[in-house]
Design a protein around this ligand. Structure first.
Ligand code: FES
Length: 212
């Protein structure tokens, strides 16, 4: 084969490899993830939870009439915001020094700041990360990246939707269970049906295959 032909073949192979590598790249932090069924939430109380390795707090913002998902870390001294409370104006209040936040994660009030001093609560350093979130199929979902480029992500990309869950002619039941392991262990388990008659003995009615 002439050298020129070979080099163009090599270039084409390299290009294909580059393309397939790009196609295979999956950004785990640019996807919707279910947090909890809404029926398990209480508008009077926060819910602290770890999802995708991120500590989050879910709370009901009565001013915007929607659930909010914040990073569970106060920007002041890193206290868990899930220990906080909703103040009389419906803002999220940190339990440590009382900083208050609006539904976008913006700091509304710093009790210790002098009233006639500079408005330090407006500093971006005083904001808490607010993740995009939505309710679909009766489930609260969140997008684990608070970068401003994802602020309106719901208008461009939606979580997976199962119409039957919202269809009253079907019955549905939500059950959640926190299991402290990663998805790869779960997938391995789900692809291994031979364990079912034994590990779930007496729970699932599946006949054992080669019993004598
Ligand atoms: S740690 Fe939250 S207000 Fe100080």
């Amino acid at each position: 084969m002439p050298a020129a032909d070979q080099s163009s073949k090599d270039a084409s192979f390299d290009q294909q490899t580059d393309t397939s590598e790009k196609e295979e790249k999956f950004d785990w932090y640019a996807q919707w993830y279910p947090v909890i069924p809404v029926c398990d939430l209480d508008k009077r109380r926060p819910l602290g939870k770890k999802v995708m390795g991120i500590d989050i707090v879910v709370w009901w913002d009565r001013n915007e009439n929607e659930w909010k998902v914040f990073d569970d870390t106060c920007p002041h001294r890193l206290a868990p915001l899930s220990e906080g409370r909703i103040d009389q104006w419906g803002r999220w209040q940190c339990v440590y020094h009382g900083w208050c936040f609006g539904g976008s994660g913006d700091c509304k009030f710093i009790p210790q700041a002098p009233r006639d001093g500079p408005p330090i609560h407006t500093s971006s350093k005083a904001c808490v990360a607010a993740y995009p979130s939505c309710v679909l199929n009766g489930i609260l979902w969140f997008w684990p990246n608070a970068d401003s480029q994802y602020k309106d992500i719901f208008s461009k990309e939606k979580p997976p939707y199962i119409p039957e869950i919202d269809d009253p002619s079907f019955t549905s039941r939500m059950i959640t269970r926190d299991i402290p392991y990663g998805y790869e262990i779960l997938i391995e388990n789900l692809m291994d049906p031979s364990h079912v008659p034994y590990a779930h003995y007496g729970i699932l009615k599946v006949p054992r295959s080669s019993e004598r």
